[in-house]
Write a protein that binds this ligand. Structure first.
Ligand SMILES: N[C@@H](CCC(=O)N[C@@H](CS)C(=O)NCC(=O)O)C(=O)O
Ligand SMILES: [Fe+2]
Length: 368
């Protein structure tokens, strides 16, 4: 068993922990490995494409997005996931957020396939904070109530250090010692803890800390307000519904392209075949392949990957560029190089010439 993964031992649950580096937010994808029903806890707007790609590539169906609370430091992607993937939005009834599909509170159970999470009300960081406990009670997603060797601040959003102390001591610290703790943030690179560890070593809430000790500690934190609070709070009170378009999620206007979990913008060969007149096809294979048995896409320009960086100036800026190679790997790299060089309309053709032929699309050269 991998120590960081609660349920790998029985392979019943798929589990992925994801990080948004800008806000230090930890997002969790959980799925029933048999039915492939999935949920996402505390998604981040800017990471929508990443997480949607992971859902697609793992072949799971996103049923619900869950929030542990109305976040002050990043905007949720809940609304985008609902729009694009058909998931329902689950938030705490006490969160004050509007537009959710399901409002939950203490004792409610959220099912996905044969797996469940139960809701623990853990207010204090905000009045509506909840934690989610797995059905086997081996992992708990604590949001910003209990953090690793820390605790959520209590100085805004109806924060109340007294309530937070009681939430942690009466709800979370009564779970089993070996129950894993997965928070919504960590600012020091820590990813997982356990109830036993936090009970022993949490400097704010563990050991012999009393409620008065905790309240005194929290009153003197003097943290600056989160950088994104003015944007995040109003947006999260709408479950992340974008006020003005959804740049992070929108497909580029020039093609039905989508970004893979690896970060590569991709178009399908069928689309390319229908739009050859509108885009520059850039074949990045070696000369012997360009002249070889797979042939080439009609009208393609040849520029081997190894020469691409030096010859970016030869490429047109007024047309979108779609990179192509044998199987789609080198051309993925080429499309990333183009994007980094400021080509705003550059993508990879998924599957390369191998897929082009498998689909029976027309090629010039020996095969043509
Ligand atoms: N510097 C961070 C502030 C982070 C922050 O305030 N985080 C909240 C969670 S929303 C917290 O409770 N932090 C507790 C702590 O950092 O000890 C930012 O700009 O986003
Ligand atoms: Fe928070």
């Amino acid at each position: 068993m991998h120590p960081g993964h609660a349920r790998d031992y029985d392979a019943a649950m798929l589990f992925r922990q994801l990080i948004d580096p800008r806000s230090s937010t930890l997002t969790y994808l959980l799925a029933d490995a048999t039915s492939r029903d999935a949920i996402l806890i505390d998604s981040v707007f800017e990471q929508f494409a990443r997480d949607a790609a992971l859902v697609r590539e793992l072949g799971v169906t996103l049923r619900h997005t869950l929030e542990t609370h109305v976040h002050a430091d990043h905007v949720t992607a809940a609304c985008l996931h609902r729009e694009r993937l058909g998931s329902t939005i689950v938030v705490s009834a006490l969160s004050g957020a509007e537009g959710a599909d399901r409002l939950v509170g203490e004792g409610d159970v959220i099912a996905f396939g044969g797996e469940t999470l139960s809701v623990l009300a853990t207010p204090g960081h905000t009045a509506g904070c909840v934690s989610y406990l797995t059905g086997d009670r081996k992992a708990v997603f604590t949001g910003d109530a209990l953090m690793i060797r820390g605790a959520g601040r209590a100085d805004f959003q109806q924060g109340d250090a007294h309530r937070l102390y009681r939430s942690v001591h009466e709800k979370l610290f009564t779970l089993n010692d070996d129950c894993l703790v997965y928070p919504a943030h960590d600012y020091s690179g820590r990813l997982v803890s356990s109830i036993g560890e936090e009970r022993a070593f949490n400097p704010r809430l563990g050991g012999a800390r009393s409620e008065a000790d905790f309240v005194g500690f929290m009153a003197n934190l003097a943290l600056p307000h989160p950088k994104q609070i003015d944007v995040a709070l109003p947006a999260n009170l709408r479950c992340g519904r974008p006020a003005d378009g959804d740049a992070a999620a929108r497909e580029p206007a020039w093609a039905p392209a989508r970004r893979s979990f690896a970060g590569v913008l991709e178009v399908e060969p069928e689309w390319l075949a229908d739009h050859l007149g509108e885009v520059e096809v850039l074949d990045v294979r070696e000369p012997d392949e360009w002249n070889g048995e797979l042939g080439r896409i009609p009208g393609a320009r040849h520029l081997p990957l190894g020469e691409l960086r030096a010859r970016l100036g030869d490429l047109p800026r007024e047309r979108p560029i779609v990179a192509v190679c044998r199987s789609g790997g080198r051309s993925a790299e080429a499309s990333l190089i183009l994007e980094q060089a400021g080509f705003t309309r550059a993508a990879n053709m998924n599957g390369g010439m191998l897929r082009w032929h498998a689909l029976g699309l027309p090629a010039d050269g020996p095969q043509g």
